[in-house]
Design a protein. Structure first.
Length: 103
């Protein structure tokens, strides 16, 4: 991922779960400095048919994420109170030469 871009992260879940049964979803990204950035179910796109969760970030959001080796993980809470999680996936966060929001 590069700072200042609008990436879409698509998380393909290995275990089939009923994503329509989620009370909450948290997507957490730890950046190159170890700072955590969180997005909840209101920002997540859920594709129950393909067992996927996706998240599209804005330029402003990616500019706040510091370069380096990072990680992403999703936590789920079902409507019946069962808490689930994915494995952490490591990602590389790269700086761009031209900083700031472009329009």
């Amino acid at each position: 991922m590069h700072q200042g871009t609008t990436p879409t992260f698509i998380f393909q879940l290995d275990t089939p779960i009923d994503l329509s049964n989620m009370a909450q979803i948290w997507i957490t990204l730890r950046d190159g400095l170890g700072c955590k950035h969180n997005w909840d179910i209101t920002r997540a796109e859920v594709d129950n048919e393909h067992n996927q969760v996706s998240l599209t970030l804005t330029q402003a959001e990616t500019l706040r994420i510091k370069p380096g080796l990072g990680a992403v993980q999703i936590r789920f809470l079902t409507n019946s109170g069962i808490a689930l999680t994915t494995e952490r996936k490591m990602i590389t966060i790269a700086a761009t030469i031209k900083g700031g929001i472009i329009s």
